[in-house]
Design a binder for this molecule. Structure first.
Ligand code: COA
Length: 425
């Protein structure tokens, strides 16, 4: 079966996490993704957080499936010549270097357009144009500057970062959408364009509801935040909301049976208004169905703590999975807190390809997250990440059409690193 992005060639100049998540998605949709890496070391994540001596780390392998790797010294004249050839042969250049790095390599937007007017030049940067545009940025910096950290955590604690990599992987997703949109526009204009996704913008986009709340504060306290019912005054900025739900249906994380020893024996429980009667029946508080203090959503807002404490008395008698089964029968929205161990072992996620087992010649079998976006006519086959420089010669010959003499000259120049490309065992 064909793939959605068959025929699209990506010059993947990305490293670490944000850029690689973007190009991995494009590769899963069928693009030919050529990852350019520095000879000798490659993407810095190959050797970061290593768990198997001598093998590429999970950090690298889980972000670079379905790609080809070429080693090139971009500062060597022959390396630059090869890069220019690749710019001409590719549809998209994706990079997430520090600000100004590509310009310093000699690849300004003007130069790239000269080389290939149809090229889409896509970048992740920490910040968009403005006072911080020259700053390097990592995940947690983006979470802090994009509004996520100030609104995450408990009211009486410090700002918190979240385990979801909304700055890196989140921005990679934004960039991927920008790229396919630019490819679509190119079908009518015939021209490439620049695509920029800044990590601060990406995080803020995901924190949209918190900017909503910032503006609602002018109209008075935010009644769906549990601090309202506890009589705690609001300050000038959107507060940290603990486990309050971000919308109009109050929710909270409550204990389940076994919480004393299992840190994840909890469930997220939503007191959705249309099923309030059923909630009252399940937890044995039928009188709340008609009690004016509880019957209507507005009446419940100042009493959320009491409500969740009462529901918790019931959930503590059930495991999180028992509670989920019972609540689902009544259409009550809820979700068990799943540990990574439980997710790794969950058969339904394996069945859909969301969690996949991949074999790697150096490290053996490992689990990865597959493509979370399913296209009915473009199924994803997850293949292992490339070894460093594994496809150097193949790319010189197949993409750039270099003959034996030219390949030998490029290699002799040291542009590809001198060492023989690592072979897949
Ligand atoms: N050949 C020769 N040189 C190469 C090369 C190659 N194939 N690949 C990279 N380099 C060089 C670059 O030219 C640059 O050199 P220069 O500074 O002399 O111009 C150097 O490697 C370092 O690049 P840089 O991107 O600044 O790396 P860093 O390790 O110092 O910073 C980040 C890492 C992630 C902080 C930075 O890249 C960044 O801010 N990126 C944008 C935001 C982002 O994506 N952050 C999240 C990452 S998950």
């Amino acid at each position: 079966m064909s793939k959605a992005l068959d025929g699209v060639r990506i010059l993947d100049f990305t490293h670490v996490q944000s850029g690689p998540t973007c190009t991995q998605l494009l590769a899963w949709f069928g693009a030919d993704c050529i990852k350019v890496e520095r000879p000798g070391t490659g993407d810095v994540t190959r050797s970061q957080l290593r768990d198997v001596p001598g093998a590429d780390s999970l950090y690298f392998t889980m972000l670079n499936h379905n790609k080809r790797s070429i080693t090139l010294d971009a500062k060597n004249p022959q390396g630059k010549e090869v890069l220019e050839g690749l710019v001409k042969a590719c549809d998209v250049l994706v990079e997430n270097f520090g600000p100004g790095v590509l310009d310093r390599m000699g690849f300004t937007w003007e130069r790239l357009q000269e080389l290939n007017p149809r090229l889409i030049y896509a970048s992740v940067k920490g910040f968009g144009p403005g006072p911080y545009e020259d700053c390097k940025v990592y995940e947690n910096v983006a979470q802090c500057t994009g509004g996520a950290a100030s609104t995450t955590g408990f009211l009486d604690g410090p700002p918190l970062v979240t385990g979801a990599q909304i700055g890196d992987s989140g921005t990679g997703l934004h960039l991927a959408l920008g790229i396919v949109t630019a490819l679509f526009q190119r079908t009518t204009t015939g021209k490439g364009q620049r695509v920029l996704a800044s990590m601060q913008d990406g995080v803020l986009n995901l924190c949209r509801v918190k900017l909503r709340d910032q503006q609602r504060l002018k109209a008075g306290p935010l009644q769906e935040y549990s601090q309202y019912g506890q009589g705690i005054a609001f300050g000038e900025a959107t507060p940290r909301a603990g486990n309050d739900s971000g919308g109009g249906q109050p929710g909270w994380i409550i204990k389940c049976k076994g919480y004393e020893t299992d840190p994840n024996a909890y469930i997220y429980f939503i007191t959705q208004a249309p099923v309030w009667d059923k909630i009252c029946k399940v937890i044995g508080k039928e009188e709340w169905i008609t009690d004016p203090d509880f019957a209507k959503p507005d009446a419940r807002l100042p009493r959320l703590k009491l409500i969740f404490d009462t529901i918790e008395q019931w959930t503590m008698t059930k495991t999180k999975f028992e509670a989920m089964d019972i609540l689902n029968e009544f259409d009550i929205p809820c979700g068990p807190i799943l540990s990574m161990k439980e997710i790794a072992e969950e058969p339904s996620l394996r069945a859909t390809g969301t969690v996949v087992e991949v074999d790697h010649p150096k490290r053996g079998k490992y689990l990865s997250v597959g493509n979370p976006i399913k296209l009915s006519d473009s199924p994803t086959d997850v293949t292992r990440s490339p070894l460093l420089g594994e496809h150097t010669e193949e790319i010189l010959r197949d993409v750039l059409r270099y003959d034996d003499a030219k390949v030998a000259a490029i290699k002799a120049s040291g542009a590809t690193g001198g060492a023989k490309p690592a072979a897949a065992e």
